[in-house]
Each structure stands twice: as structure tokens, then as C-alpha cells.
Design a protein around this ligand. Structure first.
Ligand SMILES: [Zn+2]
Length: 169
């Protein structure tokens, strides 16, 4: 009898631990993959990081000469961002690997991004950002993404039935 009471208490404290874990998760729940969620993730933090990086890695003389291509734009929030002249993507300094990885984290790795495939990832990133040879860089990143490689293997496995229909003996 006593044993039973103890195990119930254990189960309760385990449930408490689970609750504590859950409390650490974000309280605002927006459906994964929703546009709004991505906008929230990709808000001020990202543009601030990009501007800081553009300050740390100023355009090379060559890039400046090509000049017509890049231009400094005053965004709606009043901040200045180097963007492509016509298409308006924010320029990501090619030397800033850390920033590129950050962009992949929010647009590819993050649970709300859900590891989109090569084409979808390229589409999303190319809408907002530009850096030289970004297609190749993104392809290599996805090839090195453990989650993507794992799911690739899984989808290539032969399909096994979820359960076997019992056969009368
Ligand atoms: Zn991935």
C-alpha cells in the first residue's frame, strides 16, 4: 500500500518537472510555419545585426565601384541599410559567416521554419538578402544540416506498414 502511495507521489513530482520544462518554452503560441511567426523572428534583431555587420565589413572599393548595384537606403525605421539598388535585398557582407549562419538558423533551422528544402530555402533567403555566391553557400549549408540529411534517409527507406492486421491462427 505504502509503495503505491510513493510511486504516485513520484509520478506527481515527475509531472511537476515536466511542467517546469514547459514553462521555459515561449508563452506566445503561434502555429508553426506561419508567416506571422517568421515576421516576429525576423524583426528588428535581424536588421540590426545586418547593419552592424555592414558597418564592420564596409563595401570594398570594387563593390562600391560596381556601384550602381549597391546603395545605402534609409529604411522605414529611419536606419540606413546597404541594399541592392533595384531589388532591395539587404547586402550580407561575404566575410560574415556568423551572420549567414544566423539567417539560416531563423529561416531554415528554427522549428517555425521547419527545415524547408533547397529550393524553398533559397527562395526565402533570396527575397530578403543578397551575398555573392549565396546559392552555393546555402546548398552547402543544407547538405551539412544533420536534420535535413536524416529526413532524406528516412524518406528513402522502404515503407513499412504501421501495424500488422492480425491473422487468425
Ligand atoms: Zn535542415
Amino acid at each position: 500500500m505504502k509503495g503505491k502511495v510513493n510511486s504516485a507521489a513520484d509520478a506527481l513530482s515527475r509531472a511537476d518537472d515536466m511542467e517546469k520544462c514547459k514553462e521555459r518554452e515561449p508563452t506566445i503560441v503561434i502555429p508553426a510555419n506561419s508567416f506571422l511567426n517568421r515576421v516576429l523572428l525576423d524583426s528588428n534583431t535581424t536588421i540590426t545585426k545586418i547593419r552592424e555587420s555592414q558597418g564592420r565589413f564596409p563595401m570594398t572599393e570594387k563593390e562600391d565601384q560596381e556601384g550602381g548595384i549597391y546603395q545605402k537606403v534609409i529604411d522605414l525605421d529611419g536606419g540606413a541599410t546597404v541594399r541592392r539598388r533595384k531589388s532591395n535585398e539587404a547586402i550580407i557582407p561575404s566575410n560574415d559567416e556568423e551572420l549567414k549562419c544566423y539567417l539560416m538558423e531563423i529561416h531554415h533551422d528554427h522549428p517555425t521554419a521547419g527545415h524547408p528544402g533547397r529550393d524553398e530555402s533559397l527562395k526565402i533567403l533570396k527575397t530578403h538578402y543578397y551575398w555573392p555566391q549565396m546559392t552555393k553557400w546555402i546548398e552547402q549549408y543544407i547538405q551539412g544540416c544533420a536534420t535535413c540529411q536524416e529526413s532524406k534517409i528516412l524518406t528513402h527507406r522502404p515503407k513499412t506498414p504501421l501495424y500488422k492486421i492480425p491473422v487468425p491462427e
